[in-house]
Design a protein around this ligand. Structure first.
Ligand SMILES: Nc1nc2c(ncn2[C@@H]2O[C@H](COP(=O)(O)OP(=O)(O)OP(=O)(O)O)[C@@H](O)[C@H]2O)c(=O)[nH]1
Length: 694
């Protein structure tokens, strides 16, 4: 049955019908004209209008883009207009034919012919456009040009029908008839081309075949019109029937192929998505495996092969127990069974690899239910070895850092400040040594412990160093809350921000107070007499040189007094060495108390002392007088009784002094002369002072 009603047979029947229309004499057909026939004509016209309108609507919505004969926007609009055009023109044709439009200037039947011509023009152009869209071996441009030229010729043939004043002559009617045959011939050529030359894809071929049939029926429609006598003869009716068939085919071509194209496009998109998804899944650094409801592998990606070490072909169809490491089989099976019941799960495991290194994995188990109650499980395995090793390193680093911090806290005084030097954090040691509480320190600057020992330039230099991003090292004397001084060896490290400027500073200090005191003591001992605390010989020399220089600068006289206790040996011998020591200390105190701040009292050793007076006057005599008075006063002071161990002593002293007012003579020479004067004082009976020229 289907074979009987295929398009080929339909065309054959149509040809026979057309021939019948031609072969039966017109006078036989004309009497058949009746109202019923006119009604049929009307119905046929209406159908043509409806179908052409349907094609136009479909075209506006989807045809051009989907059928592919519109490549650019402008071209698509041309096709829209063409399709809409022949729909509208057909409406006009029908309207004039049946007098729907009351237009008096032209004979309605002539207008009908005009609109029919225009409809054909549009029809040809639509077919040409569609043919153009279908890939033919013939030159596209040639075909289009031929179609357009033909349309122009056809339009020119309508001239006699459009001029109101002009009645179409027998010649023009003849031309019209000839044009009709030519159009029919063109349809045949188009049909031939489409039947025989459609190339490329099956879809293109099918489309060409459909269009070829459309052309055939349009051609037949035209041929039938050539035998047209009146508005209601059979020839015209047959023409309408063929037009209906042609346009139905065209509508089918537009609608069916639109959906075919949709389906094709959807399939293509689906395939493309599938390919993209597959590429993505294969490229993911995750091992992905899909298991069926019996926990057998039905899909694995390439990463799974790498992670699990099983080739794809060795995995598909296998049970998880055959693939997963035996250490985790039980855990995995539990999670997978839960997933089959719709529960999500995850677990971690680690295994030793063949190279003895540890591998760490995180497994995510996702249920994959389906409608047939035979869902599967998606198993995603992430190799977390790198992260795990990194975490181990971080943990180790944090542990080391904590230990380091604890060690630092235990042994060092630590303070953090912001870039402005505001203390933000201190450790216990800092509080302990500074005797300030943490609360008293936070938010303050280091000025709170400033001892005043260092000059302003010291801290200026410090800040210049650290604010330029460099580390500062040095010793700082600080003052604790109770006023006591303490020394710290300090290293200040700036922490730089992204702009290479310090964000904060950390000061790491070591308590060096003990060492500093020891150093001070050593320095003191190096320059002072241990027993009396007076300057020793070395310091006395330095002071003498300084005093000599000062005297020269100030143009004044200084004095060097050599002093020796008289008969000190006897005291030692009588009361003991300790008492002798005590006496020496008391003598030293009296000397120290008798001199001014910039004068010097020193002990050279034994019972021998030296006094340096820095300013005794500008003139020699005045200086000599002043020094003599000083010696006299000193003699009196020393002669006062000493009370030692419940004994009372009386001691005298001999003195020899020299004057100096610059560096004209050497220190040694001054001593020599002073000694000589002292010697003279001793010789003269002791308990006196003697002046010597230098
Ligand atoms: N107690 C004590 N005696 C000392 C010390 N150093 C030296 N001597 C003693 O001081 C004495 C110094 O004696 P001299 O100055 O030579 O004799 P002197 O008895 O003072 O006689 P003159 O100086 O001539 O009056 C010696 O007996 C030393 O042993 C010391 O540090 N302590």
């Amino acid at each position: 049955m289907p074979a009987l009603f295929n398009l080929r047979n339909l065309v054959a029947a149509a040809v026979v019908m057309t021939l019948t229309v031609y072969l039966v004499p017109q006078h036989v057909l004309s009497p058949v004209v009746s109202d019923a026939l006119i009604a049929l004509q009307l119905l046929a016209e209406l159908l043509v209008i409806v179908i052409s309108a349907l094609i136009a609507i479909t075209a506006w919505h989807s045809l051009p883009a989907e059928l592919g004969f519109a490549r650019a926007g402008a071209e698509r609009h041309v096709n829209h207009i063409l399709l809409t055009g022949f729909s509208l023109v057909f409406i006009m044709h029908a309207a004039y034919l049946y007098g729907f439009v009351d237009e008096k200037t032209l004979d309605p039947s002539r207008k009908t012919t005009v609109f029919l011509f225009y409809a054909r023009v549009f029809e040809i152009m639509v077919y040409a456009a569609l043919t153009f869209a279908i890939k033919l071996r013939a030159q596209r441009k040639t075909l289009l040009l031929a179609g357009l030229s033909f349309a122009v010729v056809l339009m020119s043939l309508t001239q006699p029908y459009t001029a109101a004043s002009q009645v179409p002559s027998a010649d023009s009617v003849f031309v019209h008839v000839v044009a009709g045959y030519m159009v029919a011939l063109l349809y045949c050529v188009l049909a031939y081309l489409l039947f025989s030359q459609a190339t490329t894809t099956l879809l293109q071929h099918d489309r060409a075949r459909q269009l070829a049939y459309t052309c055939v029926f349009s051609g037949l429609s035209l041929l039938c019109l050539q035998s047209h006598q009146t508005d209601s003869d059979l020839g015209e009716l047959a023409s309408h029937v063929f037009t209906i068939i042609a346009y139905t085919l065209l509508a089918r071509l537009t609608v069916v192929f639109t959906f075919d194209q949709y389906a094709q496009n959807l399939k293509q998109i689906q395939q493309q998505n599938q390919t993209e998804l597959n590429t993505l899944i294969q490229a993911l650094p995750l091992s992905i495996a899909r298991l069926d409801h019996s926990l057998r592998y039905r899909y694995v990606n390439t990463t799974h092969e790498k992670v699990m070490g099983f080739h794809l072909n060795d995995t598909i169809g296998k049970h998880v127990d055959e693939i997963l490491p035996h250490e985790i089989r039980e855990t995995a099976r539990m999670h997978l069974t839960n997933a089959l019941e719709g529960k999500h799960g995850n677990f971690n495991y680690s295994i030793e690899k063949v190279d003895s290194k540890m591998a760490y994995r995180h497994v995510q188990v996702v249920p994959e239910p389906d409608d047939h109650n035979e869902g599967g499980v998606l198993m995603i395995i992430l190799d977390t070895s790198d992260q795990e090793l990194m975490q181990q390193k971080v943990r180790q680093f944090v542990r080391e850092l904590t230990e380091l911090n604890a060690a630092l806290d235990a042994h060092a005084i630590v303070a953090f400040t912001d870039r402005n030097g505001i203390i933000t954090k201190v450790n216990d040691k800092f509080c302990e040594i500074s005797k300030f509480s943490r609360g008293e320190l936070i938010g303050r600057t280091h000025k709170i412990i400033n001892s005043g020992v260092h000059p302003t330039a010291f801290f200026k230099d410090l800040w210049q160093t650290i604010s330029s991003g460099q580390v500062w090292n040095g010793e700082i004397c600080n003052r604790a809350k109770d006023g006591s001084l303490y020394w710290v060896h300090t290293t200040i490290v700036p922490f730089l921000g992204p702009d290479n400027k310090p964000l904060q500073y950390v000061a790491i200090c070591a308590d060096i107070t003990e060492r500093k005191l020891a150093e001070e003591r050593a320095n003191y001992l190096a320059l002072h007499d241990v027993l009396t605390g007076l300057a020793n010989r070395r310091l006395m020399h330095e002071r003498l040189e300084i005093t000599m220089a000062n005297c020269q600068r100030m143009a004044v006289y200084g004095a060097l007094i050599m002093l020796d206790l008289d008969k000190f040996k006897q005291i030692n011998d009588t009361y003991g060495h300790a008492s002798g020591d005590e006496l020496l200390k008391q003598v030293a105190k009296r000397l120290q108390r008798s001199v001014r701040g910039n004068d010097t009292a020193a002990r050279l050793g034994g019972d021998e002392f030296v006094i340096i007076i820095s300013d005794t006057g500008a003139g020699f005599d005045e200086a000599k007088e002043t020094t003599s008075q000083f010696c006299a006063r000193m003699k009196n002071i020393l002669n006062q009784a000493y009370e030692i161990d419940e004994h009372v002593f009386k001691v005298t002293a001999s003195m020899g002094f020299v004057l100096f007012n610059g560096n004209q003579v050497s220190v040694d020479h001054l001593f020599e002369r002073g000694d000589a004067a002292l010697y003279e004082a001793k010789n003269k009976g002791k308990d006196r002072y003697v002046f010597s020229e230098v």
